[in-house]
Design a protein around this ligand. Structure first.
Ligand SMILES: Cc1cc2nc3c(=O)[nH]c(=O)nc-3n(C[C@H](O)[C@H](O)[C@H](O)COP(=O)(O)OP(=O)(O)OC[C@H]3O[C@@H](n4cnc5c(N)ncnc54)[C@H](O)[C@@H]3O)c2cc1C
Length: 298
């Protein structure tokens, strides 16, 4: 199917893109990598009057460390992030970026587009919870940073105001003795995960937990997180029993739909198992082991 007709614009700067979006009003959509928006247009699930192509704005392509935080421009592609120095330093970022879809999608799809579309199966919104990321949103005369959990409001629903763009993702650098892992389970590379789990933790002495963030992805309309479950682990040894209890509590909060990727029961079982594997890999990495690997395929 062909998309409904639309006008196409390609502003040369971020300022002119924001101004244009404000002038064009609610019928306009920003176009980044097009890996979600173009299929949506082709299926006529959306019929915007105007597309504002932001895909070549060099101002939004950076990936850099600034003092104690990592700043990733909204237009950084999954492929660039996967091979960046930052991904080398924070392995959970490489797990996520390198596991998304296939090389074609990774070459075009962007982190800003991924958080903006807020697809319940997208990897970045889940992953970014474990790193306590903030989403920088910019309008023609405003700029604000929103915590990822507040930014994703519901399935396919974000907190952007009219004419606002996601411009940057900010991630605090994890302290020493930290490690993380994110694992998705997929039927094939060019498919979204049926289930995913992420754990980012900081160890105190031995396997004592100083701090931890947990998430289940593709597990309901929004990523499943629980500060209460995280706090129950802090100060405790990260032993099998404690982690299984945390997995059980998180899965209890999940609501994965039965669909072509599997039944709800199957996905719950996968979420439990992926969580335990991510937690163990995170501990190994926090202990200094270099472990590669991200998503699993059937
Ligand atoms: C075959 C296939 C497999 C895929 N598999 C996976 C997968 O396994 N895991 C996964 O996470 N994703 C997957 N994706 C999605 C992919 O990661 C997309 O790149 C991503 O979801 C959207 O990024 P984009 O840059 O292409 O955004 P676009 O498609 O250009 O835009 C998506 C939406 O966000 C809006 N938007 C884009 N950028 C901004 C911005 N900076 N500010 C505000 N709004 C913005 C657009 O208006 C649109 O509504 C897959 C896609 C395909 C086609």
């Amino acid at each position: 199917m062909y998309p409904a007709p639309f006008r196409y614009h390609r502003p040369g700067t971020l300022g002119s893109a924001l101004k244009l979006l404000a002038e064009l009003g609610e019928g306009a959509r920003p176009l980044a990598g097009g890996q979600s928006l173009i299929p949506i247009l082709k299926m006529r699930m959306d019929e915007p009057s105007d597309l504002v192509d932001i895909g070549r704005l060099a101002e939004l392509m950076h990936i850099r460390q600034e003092k104690n935080r990592v700043c990733i421009g909204a237009l950084a592609t999954h492929a660039r992030i996967a091979v960046s120095a930052i991904a080398g330093e924070i392995p959970i970022i490489r797990d996520c970026a390198g596991g998304i879809a296939d090389p074609q999608v990774r070459a075009l799809g962007t982190i800003g587009g991924s958080v903006s579309i807020a697809d319940p199966s997208s990897d970045w919104p889940a992953l970014l919870h474990t790193l306590e990321a903030e989403i920088v949103c910019q309008g023609p005369s405003s700029k604000r940073a929103i915590k990822i959990n507040d930014f994703i409001k519901d399935s396919y629903t974000n907190s952007l105001a009219d004419a606002e763009l996601v411009t940057e993702i900010q991630i605090p650098m994890p302290p020493e003795n930290s490690g993380g892992a994110y694992i998705g389970f997929k039927k094939a590379a060019p498919a979204y995960p049926a289930a995913s789990a992420g754990v980012q933790l900081t160890l105190a002495d031995g396997n004592l937990c100083r701090d931890i963030r947990l998430v289940l992805g593709a597990a309901g309309p929004v990523p499943v997180t629980s500060r209460q479950v995280e706090q129950q682990l802090i100060g405790q040894p990260l032993a099998e029993k404690n982690l299984s209890q945390a997995a059980e509590a998180l899965v209890e909060l999940s609501d994965p739909p039965s669909d072509s990727r599997g039944s709800s029961e199957f996905k719950r079982a996968m979420l439990r198992s992926l969580f335990m594997r991510a937690a163990n890999r995170a501990m190994q990495r926090a202990g200094g082991e270099k472990i590669t690997g991200s998503h699993d395929y059937v």
